[in-house]
Design a protein around this ligand. Structure first.
Ligand code: SF4
Length: 370
């Protein structure tokens, strides 16, 4: 792992220190890039930190930071949502995270299906869904599993722990490194560096990005979630660009190692195998999803129930979610932002998920706090 320059203080209260933030801003301001630079992160929590603390105000002219496909709720395809809705309509108890119930599918949301009598329940984990299955042994209970490498180990652990026969998983977990490759492979590309998500990286390790960095000659810096974590990571990314390097650097060493969490990786490998996956707004990305392994097929809702989603992707008229998810637009570029589209009346998925760029911009609006 390349040398990262200096270590951050392990004291979390020092990671919101305005004086240190100002010192970072001064450091960042020392280099004005000769052309516009775009750094992309793929993490709703990073966007919340950046917007809530007004970090964009501290960036030098010509440097912008955009959120790409970092919200797991936003990138879940309408086909997968339709399948969850159909399962609920067919009499299964469908359990999922709260935001997922409000994301529009082709015909309706899970919340709308529930309003018409379907049994849709909000849970905090796959284990909660298993508890519901044990309580209702006479009914099929399906956990609609979304999320990246951070949440997938929890689903894997449940699958490997012999859950009850009436339990199954509609698995739509997705992987971050193939998404970075897809962003770099789909023209027009204007991405100069990535800020990689700290929590995903605790599982997969910083080294997991090396292939993408090398193949596309793009700097990738793993960042934590406190304001100074983000500023430090952005500074490292800009330093790589200034020096013409394209390496993986770890700006979050207090949580992320080069190799990640071996135990979690082992759970993932035993429960899942990679598969192609459809990302809302992006399309199919090869080997970017996780499918339940054959020996656990009896808990795979896809194999167990004959359910199909609608073939097309729902694109609400005027919604720029595909551009936002590809890091080609910011929420304010959408004519519906804050007018027709609000968290109470979302038009597209990026306004539904609390980690979606549009939702975050609506809540915080870039308001500086430092
Ligand atoms: S503001 Fe609403 S309609 Fe516009 S891109 Fe965001 S989610 Fe889609």
């Amino acid at each position: 792992m390349p040398h990262t320059g200096f270590e951050m203080s392990p004291d979390p209260f020092r990671l919101r220190d305005p004086l240190r933030a100002r010192a970072f801003a001064d450091l960042l301001a020392r280099w004005t890039p000769p052309r516009p630079v775009r750094i992309v992160h793929v993490c709703g929590t990073h966007e919340i930190t950046i917007a809530q603390h007004g970090l964009r105000e501290l960036l030098p002219d010509g440097v912008e930071v955009l959120e790409g496909p970092g919200c797991p709720v936003c990138v879940t395809s309408t086909r997968d949502l339709d399948r969850a809705v159909k399962l609920a309509e067919s009499g299964a108890i469908v359990c999922t995270f709260g935001d997922m119930t409000r994301v529009p599918g082709t015909r309706r949301t899970l919340a709308e299906a529930r309003a018409e009598g379907a049994d849709v329940r909000v849970v905090l984990s796959a284990a909660d869904a298993v508890a519901i299955a044990r309580k209702h042994p006479d009914r099929p209970v399906v956990f609609f599993a979304v999320g990246f490498e951070t949440t997938a180990p929890g689903t894997a652990a449940v699958l490997l722990d012999s859950p009850p026969a009436n339990f199954s998983v509609l698995c739509t977990h997705k992987l971050i490194p193939p998404a970075l490759s897809a962003l770099m492979s789909t023209p027009p590309v204007h991405i100069d560096a990535f800020l990689a998500p700290g929590h995903v990286s605790t599982v997969i390790g910083a080294r997991a990005y090396a292939e993408v960095a090398e193949r596309f000659h793009v700097p990738i810096v793993v960042g934590g979630f406190e304001p100074l974590d983000v500023l430090y990571a952005l500074w490292l990314a800009l330093r790589e660009l200034r020096e013409g390097r394209a390496e993986v650097e770890n700006a979050y060493p207090r949580a992320v190692t080069a190799d990640g969490n071996r135990r979690a990786q082992e759970l993932l490998a035993r429960a899942f195998e990679p598969c192609d996956a459809v990302w809302r707004g992006i399309g199919t990305i090869p080997a970017s999803g996780l499918r339940i392994r054959e020996d656990l097929a009896r808990w795979d809702a896809e194999r167990r129930f004959a359910i199909e989603g609608e073939p097309g992707e729902e694109r609400p008229p005027g919604c720029r979610c595909p551009d936002v998810l590809m890091a080609r637009a910011v929420p304010a570029d959408c004519p519906l932002f804050r007018t027709a589209c609000t968290p109470l009346s979302p038009v597209g998925p990026c306004m539904v998920g609390t980690e979606g760029a549009c939702h975050v911009w609506y809540r915080y609006g870039g308001r500086p706090k430092l």
